[in-house]
Design a binder for this molecule. Sequence first.
Ligand SMILES: NC(=O)c1ccc[n+]([C@@H]2O[C@H](COP(=O)([O-])OP(=O)(O)OC[C@H]3O[C@@H](n4cnc5c(N)ncnc54)[C@H](OP(=O)(O)O)[C@@H]3O)[C@@H](O)[C@H]2O)c1
Length: 237
Amino acid sequence: MNGYRTALLTGASRGIGEAVAVALAEAGLDVALFARNESDLARVAGRVRAAGRDALVLAGDVTREEDVVRAVREAEARWGAIDVLVNNAGIGLFKPTWEVAADEWRRVLDVNLTGPFLFCKAVVPGMIARGRGQIVMISSDVGRRTIPDGAAYCASKFGLQALTEVLRKEVRAKGVKVGAILPGMTDTYFAGSVQGDPRKADWLKADDVARAVLAMVAAPPHAQIDEIMLHPMIQEY
Ligand SMILES: NC(=O)c1ccc[n+]([C@@H]2O[C@H](COP(=O)([O-])OP(=O)(O)OC[C@H]3O[C@@H](n4cnc5c(N)ncnc54)[C@H](OP(=O)(O)O)[C@@H]3O)[C@@H](O)[C@H]2O)c1
């Protein structure tokens, strides 16, 4: 796809990340899978290989710079380059602002904002050197609007939008594209829920978000898609 051959995807062990991993593999990319749960990653790697592509399991925490740097080095050593970076790992926390513990606040900002920053920092220099690449941030529709009980989560995703837009301005002229996907309610394991719960039957599916990622990556070389926001028909926003 666009000559892109390899991708590194965070939060690849389940939910949206699993769907993106399989979609990228079916589109012909080898996929490096980063998350903490190694056995879930091994299962997703099996699905990537079943689609005929190479899979690399990279166990780590997006908040730990040493894990991030090691993962990027491993993927680059195996394939020579990371053409596509998908920053998808994220956690939710929903409670009144004054009930959020300082450590909970820091963890949400760390995973959802510092994690993508660390991966961009590690991957972008290679993309600039090659004069090409695509970064996809899995943000949220609440990266553009706020909801009660969402102080830490909204702050993290508003921050991610800012990181996305700053980075886009920095690397556009160097041939590197930076875009964000902003989904509404999506049926995954997000915030302790269970994927496939019948109460979420009308929500977006992880595959819907994966299709948006593919559309962004598939934009022709002369065009970049800045963002895609998508919602289930039942959601008011
Ligand atoms: N579901 C929704 O309604 C919705 C809506 C808008 C945006 N989003 C965004 O979509 C993204 C994916 O979420 P999801 O809905 O697919 O949720 P999910 O099913 O809970 O998946 C979250 C993924 O992130 C990984 N992860 C969490 N903390 C991590 C850490 N510290 N280091 C590395 N990996 C970590 C998890 O893997 P491990 O536990 O194995 O580390 C898992 O693979 C998130 O950024 C979320 O904010 C979700």
